[in-house]
Design a protein around this ligand. Structure first.
Ligand SMILES: Cc1cc2nc3c(=O)[nH]c(=O)nc-3n(C[C@H](O)[C@H](O)[C@H](O)COP(=O)(O)OP(=O)(O)OC[C@H]3O[C@@H](n4cnc5c(N)ncnc54)[C@H](O)[C@@H]3O)c2cc1C
Length: 489
C-alpha cells in the first residue's frame, strides 16, 4: 500500500484523507494542534462550548454530496436544523430585519421596505440559482490547471458577470441601503469587498436566501468530528500534537515529513496547512512562490474574536446577528485599503446556545463575537478589550440588552493568534479572497512545480474560502492525483 501523509486536519485535509483512503492508500493525518478540525476547533471553558471558527452552515448540498461519495448521508454523522429566521440584521436602535427561512417571505419583506424591490429580488434570485447550478456543475470542482476549465456554453453566456462586480448588479435595481447591504453580505464569505467580487458570485445569494442557514447539532466541530469518524472507518490514522517541521525531498521527489517525534515516510504528501506555511517546510528552491508573492495577494480579512459565556439567557438576540449599524464602506476600506484598526466596525454576534442547549449549563448562554479586521494588523489583549467594549456598547444601544454585567467567561483571539495557532499567512482568518484575479488558474497551484508528489489543498487554493469550498478542495486535489497516478508511482 502506498503511504500518504496529509499535513493538517482542517476540512480540506479531512476530505482528501477520506478520498485517498477510499482509493486504497494508507493515509496518516498529522495535525500540529491538540485536536482535529483546523479552523473549526472546539473551545471548552468551564462547561461552556464554543466553535472557534465557522458558524454559518450554508450549501447543505455540498456536505450531502461529500458523504454521498462514501455511500453515507449527513444524518449518519450529525444532525442538522434549519434556522428560522435564518438570521437578524441590525441597522440601528430596535431597527432590524429578520431573514426568513423561506424565499417568498423574504421577497415580501423586501417589497414592504421598498416598493418594486420584491420583483427585482425575484429576478435576481432566479439568476443566482442558475449561477449556483453552473458554478457547482462546471466550475468549482476543477483543479485550476487550465483556463479551458472555465469555458462552457453556459459560462460563455455569463462572461459579462465576470467583468461586472456584485455591487453594481445589486445597486442597479435596489435603492434602499439596508436591502443593498443584505444582498451584498453573502459575498463577504468570499473574502473581498463586494465591489471587488465578480457579479457571477451572486450564487452566494442562492446559498443564503435560496437554500437557507442551517445548524449542525454540536456546532461546526461536530461536522469535523463526523468527517474524522468517516475517515477512521476508511482506515485513516490521525495524530494530533504532531507538527511537521520539514518536508524531506530527494531530487524531484518528497520522501518523508519530519516532526519533533520522528520521521514519517511518504510516497505522496498533501498539505492542507496554510499554503504559504507549507512552502516554508521546503528548501527555498523547491517553493512554488516567493514571500513577495503572498504580500501582493488579497487575503480574506483577519478577525478579532470573543468567546463569551453569560450567566443568563439573552432574549433580545437571535442565533445569528449582524450589526450593520455603521458605514460598511468605511470599515471595508479600513480592512482592505488603509489596513488600520476600524473606527466604527460592523460585527457579528452568535448565540448558538439558543438553538443547542447542550453547549452550556441550563439558564446560561454562550456567545461568540467577530469583528473583521485587516491582515497584518498588530494587535494585543489591550486592543481586543477596547473592541469588546465597543461591541457591548453597540449591543446595548441597539437592543437594550446590557450583556456586560452578565459575562462569566471571556476569551479573545486575534491576528497574532491566527498566526500562532494555524500558521496562518499574514494572520488571515479564512484564506485567499475570491477576486477575479484570484480565481481558478489564477489561484495558487494545487501541484508543486518541482516536487512531483507534493500537493496542496485548502482555502488558499481552488476553489476558495469557506467550509464547503474546503470540502471541494479536498476532492479536487484527490481527483487530480488519481487521474495522474501513472506519472507519480
Ligand atoms: C472565525 C472564522 C469564521 C468562519 N466562518 C465561516 C462560516 O461561518 N462558514 C464557512 O463556511 N466558513 C467559515 N470560515 C472559513 C472556514 O472555517 C475555512 O475556510 C475552512 O475551515 C478552512 O479549512 P482548511 O482545511 O483550508 O484549513 P484549516 O482549517 O486552517 O486547517 C489547516 C490545519 O493545518 C494545521 N497545520 C498548520 N501547519 C501545520 C504543520 N506544520 N503541521 C501540522 N499541521 C499543521 C493547522 O493547525 C490547521 O488545523 C470561518 C473561518 C474563521 C476563522
Amino acid at each position: 500500500m502506498k503511504k500518504v501523509i496529509i499535513i493538517g486536519s482542517g476540512f480540506s485535509s479531512l476530505a482528501s484523507a477520506c478520498y485517498m483512503a477510499k482509493a486504497g492508500f494508507q493515509v496518516t493525518v498529522l495535525e500540529k494542534n491538540e485536536q482535529v478540525g483546523g479552523r473549526a476547533s472546539l473551545l471548552e471553558i468551564d462547561g461552556f462550548k464554543f466553535d472557534m471558527g465557522p458558524s454559518w452552515y450554508w450549501m447543505p448540498d455540498i456536505f450531502e454530496r461529500f458523504f454521498g461519495d462514501f455511500g453515507k448521508k449527513v444524518s449518519d454523522h450529525y444532525s442538522l436544523e434549519k434556522l428560522s429566521p435564518g438570521y437578524r440584521v441590525y441597522f440601528g436602535k430596535n431597527d432590524f430585519i429578520d431573514i426568513s427561512d423561506r424565499l417568498e417571505e423574504i421577497i415580501e419583506t423586501f417589497e414592504k421596505i421598498e416598493k418594486g424591490s420584491g420583483k427585482h429580488l425575484q429576478d435576481f434570485m432566479k439568476k443566482a440559482k442558475a449561477n449556483y447550478e453552473i458554478a457547482m456543475k462546471d466550475l468549482v470542482y476543477n483543479p485550476g490547471k487550465s483556463i479551458l476549465e472555465l469555458v462552457s456554453v453556459e459560462t460563455a453566456k455569463r462572461l459579462p458577470l465576470f467583468v461586472q462586480n456584485i455591487s453594481e448588479t445589486v445597486r442597479k435595481n435596489i435603492k434602499n441601503p439596508k436591502l443593498r447591504s443584505i444582498l451584498e453580505f453573502p459575498v463577504l464569505f468570499l473574502g473581498a469587498k463586494p465591489n471587488n467580487t465578480p457579479a457571477f458570485y451572486n450564487f452566494m445569494n442562492h446559498a443564503d436566501f435560496g437554500m437557507g442557514t442551517w445548524y449542525p447539532k454540536g456546532g461546526f466541530n461536530a461536522v469535523a468530528k463526523g468527517m474524522q469518524k468517516l475517515a477512521e472507518e476508511l482506515g485513516v490514522t490521525f495524530l494530533v500534537n504532531e507538527e511537521v517541521t520539514e518536508i524531506r525531498t530527494e531530487g524531484n521527489s518528497a520522501k518523508a515529513v519530519i516532526t519533533e517525534n520522528g520521521t514519517f515516510e511518504a510516497d505522496l504528501i498533501i498539505s492542507g496547512a496554510d499554503y504559504a506555511h507549507t512552502e516554508t517546510l521546503l528548501k527555498s528552491t523547491e517553493q512554488n512562490y516567493t514571500p513577495d508573492y503572498w504580500q501582493k495577494k488579497t487575503f480574506a480579512p483577519s478577525s478579532f474574536l470573543y468567546y463569551v459565556a453569560f450567566d443568563r439567557k439573552v432574549p433580545q438576540l437571535q442565533h445569528h446577528n449582524l450589526f450593520f449599524d455603521t458605514d460598511f464602506k468605511r470599515h471595508a476600506e479600513e480592512i482592505y485599503d488603509t489596513k488600520t484598526l476600524p473606527e466604527k466596525p460592523l460585527f457579528y454576534a452568535n448565540f448558538s446556545s439558543k438553538t443547542d442547549a447542550d453547549l452550556c449549563p441550563e439558564g446560561k448562554e454562550v456567545g461568540f463575537f467577530l469583528i473583521p479586521v485587516a491582515v497584518d494588523l498588530k494587535d494585543s489583549e489591550e486592543i481586543h478589550d477596547r473592541y469588546f467594549e465597543i461591541i457591548m456598547d453597540r449591543i446595548e444601544k441597539n437592543t437594550g440588552e446590557n450583556l456586560r454585567d452578565s459575562v462569566i467567561v471571556k476569551k479573545s483571539f486575534g491576528v497574532q493568534d491566527f498566526k500562532e495557532r494555524y500558521y496562518s499567512c499574514r494572520g488571515n482568518a479564512y484564506g485567499l479572497a475570491n477576486t477575479l484575479l484570484q480565481t481558478s488558474v489564477l489561484r495558487p497551484s494545487i501541484t508543486n512545480k518541482k516536487i512531483k508528489n507534493l500537493f496542496y489543498t485548502g482555502q488558499l487554493t481552488v476553489p476558495g474560502p469557506g467550509v464547503p469550498p474546503a470540502l471541494i478542495s479536498g476532492k479536487v486535489v484527490t481527483d487530480y492525483i488519481l487521474k495522474n497516478k501513472h506519472q507519480l508511482f
